[in-house]
Design a protein around this ligand. Structure first.
Ligand code: UGY
Ligand code: MN
Length: 243
């Protein structure tokens, strides 16, 4: 719960936003039944993508078509079939533009993270195909040589993809090696642990369940605090000309 005097860690600024679970407000999303969607990042903030969390009951369902957009879905907890492929916690699916989709939860307390954006095609390059995977099968590589900050890249390194989704794990005390300021935009969910996120000119304490939007050129840096590793999953737009 938020403090009774109205205090909150939530921040909405021009170049970033921080949302904490105590302040999440549900929406109704057409096609999604027996579930509670929370649309957290959208064009309303100035973002070029949408980030949604969906809590599904045992018989929760989501049906629809991607149209000109693409969807990346990650199972935070529980079990969910995506177009009949069964995914457990850590499972993920990529749905390209022009595809029909059907999500069916197979356990109560299933939670999904969804990134959605309009797909930007590339001349002479076919759009990616439907794929599923499991983050447990993806190698965690030291980030810029630091074995205490490890990165998993969930989607293939191919120009066909105009989005990347990665998982960062930091041992307590590990940090991003420098303050990044870049053209790419981010949407992020803290999966575990805690730390301090520098966003623009602010240093924000963050913990499991928090969601962050970083606009292009938002200065950003993270350090993990506490006794357990901090983990976050994040979206990034990639592989397209800036013009
Ligand atoms: O991929 C990235 O830009 C990543 N290093 N950014 C971040 O974790 N804030
Ligand atoms: Mn970054």
């Amino acid at each position: 719960m938020n403090h009774p005097l109205g205090t909150s860690r939530n921040v909405v600024k021009e170049r970033y936003a921080l949302f904490t679970p105590a302040g999440f407000v549900p929406s109704v999303l057409p096609g999604w039944t027996n579930c509670t969607p929370f649309v957290l990042i959208s064009q309303g903030l100035g973002a070029n993508f949408v980030q949604t969390l969906i809590a599904l009951d045992r018989n929760g369902r989501g049906e629809g078509a991607t149209g000109e957009s693409e969807i990346f879905a990650f199972v935070i907890e529980g079990k969910c079939a995506v177009n009949k492929r069964q995914l457990g916690a850590g499972g993920f699916a990529y749905l390209p533009p022009g595809s029909d989709y059907e999500f069916r939860s197979a356990a109560k307390n299933t939670r999904l993270l969804i990134f959605q954006k309009r797909y930007e095609s590339l001349a002479n390059t076919a759009a990616p195909e439907f794929l599923t995977g499991d983050e447990a099968q993806v190698e965690a590589r030291p980030f810029l040589g630091d074995p205490h900050a490890r990165l998993k890249t969930l989607l293939p390194d191919s120009l066909a993809f105009d989005m990347a989704v990665n998982i960062f794990t930091y041992d307590p005390g590990a940090a991003l090696p420098f303050v990044e300021t870049h053209i790419m935009e981010h949407g992020l969910l803290m999966l575990a642990g805690a730390g301090v996120y520098r966003l623009d000119a602010d240093w924000n304490p963050v913990q499991t369940g928090d969601v962050i939007w970083m606009a292009p050129y938002c200065p950003q840096w993270f350090v993990a605090l506490g006794t357990e590793p901090a983990r976050y999953i994040y979206y990034k737009d990639v592989n397209r000309s800036p013009l």
